[in-house]
Design a protein. Structure first.
Length: 320
């Protein structure tokens, strides 16, 4: 009798949990963007937050939690209840920060479940048009003939433009000097002014200057060309398939979030990534939708950490 009662109680609890998951969400969701309001990451994140609210019929409250290059916002979600009511808008820094800081208050793999990949906005290798080389092979030949003479800018040590430049150095076997700035705007200004010679930069910030003729893009750090710049080849086309870098985004939730909740969120976000409004926004940014399963998102994160880990270790790049 006791055994039967235990079984019935267990089945009852299972049914209650199943019903709770089936009703998810039945209250507002907190959507944490670990960057300040008004930037490109915030704009894109809010686009997905608004879409999710419409899809699930519940308010999705955006909470900007900037600080320490997204570490503060990431940590706040890592310690949240694993119930699907606090979700994190992730980006490239989610994978690279643990490799660049001596210590971060979360583990991207152990403290989170990956829900979905959303978007990828590739980087471009930009140069000042006044330079004596006009193609990637010419740049590499010049750099090899003049080691240490070319400078590449970035928005700071450990940023994606910095480690992308380090990746380029390793792949091409060249010696170019990193010049860190406080902001990407400062580095772009000096690139156009001739104080530095090259820089990796995202497509949305570069494209207006490229079309105006004040910058020249030599290659796209992605597997496919950018629709807005059809004449700019990929690094892979030019013989450097390992040079892949850009700003990606995704969704993660605290570890131990129930799988039915993760699956529901995955379905909604994958649909949103293919939504016409999102696609129009991405086209303006030179980006593409990603999508895929939670398992694919988790594998992508591990691959990113392994790939950038090797580059960061070899370069000695650190933020603190």
């Amino acid at each position: 009798m006791k055994k039967l009662l235990g079984t019935l109680l267990g089945l009852g609890a299972l049914c209650m949990a199943s019903t709770a998951h089936a009703d998810y969400p039945d209250r507002p969701i907190r959507f944490v963007i670990p960057w300040g309001a008004g930037g490109s990451a915030d704009s894109l994140g809010r686009l997905f937050a608004d879409g999710l609210a419409t899809a699930v019929g519940q308010p999705v409250i955006v909470e900007n939690r900037p600080g320490a290059a997204s570490n503060l916002g990431n940590a706040s979600v890592a310690s949240a209840a694993p119930d699907g009511y606090t979700i994190l808008f992730t980006s490239t820094a989610f994978a690279t920060n643990p490799l660049l800081y001596s210590s971060v208050p979360y583990d991207p793999v152990k403290n989170f479940e990956q829900v979905a990949l959303l978007t990828l906005t590739p980087n471009l290798l930009d140069i000042n048009p006044a330079l004596p080389f006009k193609t990637l092979p010419e740049l590499i030949a010049y750099a090899k003939a003049n080691p240490g003479k070319l400078n590449f800018g970035s928005s700071g040590n450990g940023t994606t433009p910095h480690i992308s430049g380090e990746l380029f150095k390793r792949a091409a076997g060249i010696d170019i000097v990193h010049v860190p700035y406080k902001t990407g705007v400062q580095s772009l200004t000096d690139l156009m002014g001739g104080q530095i010679q090259l820089m990796f930069d995202t497509t949305p910030s570069s494209i207006p200057y490229i079309k105006a003729g004040t910058l020249k893009a030599l290659a796209v750090a992605a597997k496919e060309r950018v629709a807005e710049l059809p004449d700019v080849p990929t690094f892979g086309e030019l013989g450097y398939p390992t040079i892949l870098s850009g700003a990606w985004t995704g969704i993660a939730v605290p570890a131990n979030t129930p799988r039915p909740v993760i699956d529901r969120l995955n379905r909604e976000f994958v649909k949103l990534a293919a939504d016409a409004n999102v696609l129009a926004k991405l086209r303006q940014m030179g980006g593409t939708p990603l999508g895929g399963t939670p398992e694919q998102a988790a594998a992508f994160l591990r691959d990113e950490m392994e790939r950038w880990g090797a580059v960061i270790k070899a370069s000695g790049a650190k933020i603190d």
